[in-house]
Design a protein around this ligand. Structure first.
Ligand code: PRX
Length: 652
């Protein structure tokens, strides 16, 4: 069925100038798994600036679980991202900001960003924020978002960035879960043709967030917003009024002190607060950013992700800035004002490394090559993708059209939990195959296990992807719920970290991530739990019971199909669908709104009442004839009804 995929060799000229070539990769990789502590200690020494060296490189136990890197070390992330660059790179652009309107730009040099972060750090301290306190950030893609993150890091406050597309409820739940004392937001955001009333959403959320004492508001537009006396402050004004003597010194942080919490969806319950710590995370994102993108001093690095997601944390802010690189920060959307926007940004800012998600590539490919070719892309030298499996067609379009066949593609596999990339080609070292994330990075020891948790050895095998040895950037706990951390990642296959992904290792030892094997959806690169979406649907009051599954979607990769059993007397019409979609948008975010809603009279359940998702998945995928064994169902007849409903909704 699978025809042998093409292999794209590393261009010779590229390998000659790269940090690492094929032999270099093999040698370093071997060293990193044979002597992990030696390898990481050397990297930590070479790459980072320490206030005090560590006593012990690593202690770990995947059973507890407990992972600790560089204990005894003292280090500050903001000092590493800013202060240490001032002598050599003070006037180099740290952030090149491209606003919502084409050409609305702002360049922030390392010196300017340092000054801005110091002022903001001073302000946070002035407001009583101390090391270990939590600060929520709900901002659009403006330089202040990066500055706010770095200001928190500077004083040792733990930031939790909430994607500014999330609803008031989602924001409220995240703030309450980790008890933030300060929220940093903007009066409004601008996204394409839309104004997003961020502060209003915050006000709604904060009505039920007793821990928040202060709200700092970035003045992004001239839009009015009600300011609550004693709580809300305009950031620009507060900074102007801050005494010059405010303390902005970098807080001495222990290696394992928390850096940030980022909420992500799991297969059960509410989103969990993934906690990352200081030194290991910084080392991991710094090294991977340098190696995966073969970073050079003169590069202009453009990662299109929002800082509300882990990709924005690691490869818009911390990775690039710790490396003293120029990071392009993009406020708009790829199709505003038209489908040429990314390439317009590439041309104007002379972007040399471009990193985006397959969903964006597919959406832009659909608009035709003309939008790409209209702009000069000769500055580009590397292209990256992240967030979901990339199909060969999209990969080839990216390679041939966007990269004119000359730029290596790095398909980077990783997760919010992993902190940074774990499996990816190195552009000067690894021949690529469209759709494969290829090989593990330094220090990463992937294993594939079968359903029973037995490791499958050799090549040409598939199963579930686990990692058997810690890496510095891995999450340390679920904030406030260590047992959930253990249950989710370490209980399934004792002794291993379970990723939740299915995976194939081909004859050449290349890894192919095939997608989630748990109840997590990946919709346009955004992670959503089925349980989360189902409970939002039920909140509409229209639905007695719902089950959602991933369905194939041309652009998003995976869309959401919702099977709904309506409550008595609710009619199965368009207004009900509208009501359901509206509720999901309000409870979670528009990104969670189902692409298809099917009304059914019952869900396929076992006699013990468990929903057989396997059947629904098959139907959602259009595999009507191969739903598998239905004899264990309490009422097998519901299956044919479900099949008919879905089939007829798709007819024509
Ligand atoms: O299923 C994998 C998919 O995205 C999941 C992680 O999602 P999230 O935590 O939101 O982080 C996304 C950005 C790092 C993974 O479990 N995924 C991520 N990158 C790839 C991928 N699937 C295939 N290929 C990738 N390159």
């Amino acid at each position: 069925m699978n025809k042998t995929p093409n292999t794209f060799p590393v261009p010779k000229a590229f390998a000659a100038k790269a940090h690492v070539d094929q032999q270099g990769y093999e040698k370093l990789y071997r060293e990193s798994v044979e002597d992990p502590e030696g390898f990481w200690a050397r990297q930590a020494n070479e790459i980072l600036h320490w206030q005090k060296p560590w006593d012990k490189v690593l202690s770990w136990d995947f059973k507890a679980p407990s992972v600790r890197w560089f204990e005894g070390g003292v280090i500050n992330v903001s000092e590493n991202c800013l202060d240490r660059h001032l002598t050599a790179r003070g006037d180099k652009p740290a952030i090149v900001w491209e606003g919502n309107e084409p050409g609305e730009t702002r360049t922030v040099t390392y010196r300017q960003l340092h000054a801005e972060v110091c002022r903001m750090a001073g302000l946070l301290r002035h407001l009583g924020v101390k090391k270990g306190d939590r600060v929520a950030i709900y901002l659009p893609m403006v330089p202040e978002a990066a500055a706010a993150m770095l200001a928190c890091a500077r004083i040792g406050a733990i930031h939790t960035v909430v994607f500014a597309g999330f609803s008031a409820e989602a924001l409220r739940d995240r703030i309450n879960d980790c008890g933030c004392s300060v929220l940093i937001t903007a009066n409004e955001g601008l996204r394409g043709g839309k104004r997003v009333p961020l502060k209003e959403t915050c006000d709604e959320a904060l009505a039920e967030c007793p821990s928040v004492r202060k709200v700092l508001v970035v003045r992004r537009t001239d839009g009015e917003t009600a300011m609550q006396a004693g709580r809300d402050l305009w950031l620009d004004q507060a900074l102007r009024e801050l005494p010059a003597s405010a303390n902005s010194a970098p807080e001495p942080m222990g290696s394992e002190d928390p850096l940030f919490i980022l909420y992500t969806s799991g297969s059960t319950g509410k989103p969990k607060g993934v906690l990352h710590t200081t030194a290991g995370y910084l080392l991991h994102v710094s090294l991977t950013h340098r190696m995966v993108f073969d970073l050079k001093e003169e590069d202009v690095f453009f990662c299109g992700a929002d800082v509300g997601w882990v990709t924005g944390h690691s490869y818009v802010v911390y990775g690039p800035l710790s490396n003293g690189a120029t990071s392009v920060m993009f406020e708009s959307i790829p199709t505003y004002p038209d489908a040429g926007r990314y390439w317009d940004v590439v041309e104007r800012h002379k972007v040399s490394i471009f990193y985006t998600a397959p969903t964006a590539i597919r959406a832009l490919a659909k608009e035709g090559d003309g939008w790409v070719k209209k702009y000069d892309r000769s500055s580009l030298r590397i292209l990256g993708t992240v967030g979901e499996p990339i199909n060969a067609d999209a990969w080839l379009w990216y390679h041939n059209i966007v990269g004119e066949g000359r730029c290596p593609i790095v398909d980077t596999w990783w997760q919010t939990e992993t902190g940074g990339v774990l499996i990816s080609p190195l552009p000067g070292a690894t021949a690529t195959k469209p759709g494969s994330a290829t090989k593990p990075l330094f220090g990463v020891q992937p294993v594939i296990v079968d359903d029973e948790g037995k490791e499958v050895l050799g090549n040409g095998v598939s199963g579930r992807l686990c990692i058997k040895f810690p890496w510095p950037g891995m999450m340390r706990t679920v904030y406030g719920d260590h047992e959930r951390f253990r249950q989710t990642y370490f209980a399934m296959y004792p002794g291993l970290y379970f990723t939740g992904d299915g995976c194939r290792r081909d004859e050449d030892g290349y890894y192919w991530i095939t997608g989630r094997v748990d109840d997590v959806l990946n919709v346009a690169g955004h992670r959503l739990g089925t349980a989360e979406v189902e409970s939002a649907i039920v909140r509409s009051g229209l639905v007695a019971e719902a089950a959602v599954v991933g369905i194939p979607h041309e652009i998003k990769g995976q869309g959401i199909g919702a099977f709904c059993v309506l409550r008595d007397s609710v009619s199965s019409d368009a207004s009900t669908i509208k009501g359901i979609l509206h509720t999901v948008r309000e409870v979670i975010s528009p990104i969670a709104a189902p692409d298809a809603v099917w009304f059914v009279s019952g869900l396929p359940k076992t006699r013990s009442g468990k929903i057989m998702r396997r059947i629904l998945r098959k139907v959602g995928e259009g595999e009507y004839e191969s739903v598998g064994d239905v004899t264990t169902l309490a009422d097998p007849a519901v299956v044919s009804e479900i099949v008919e409903t879905v089939k007829s909704s798709r007819a024509g």
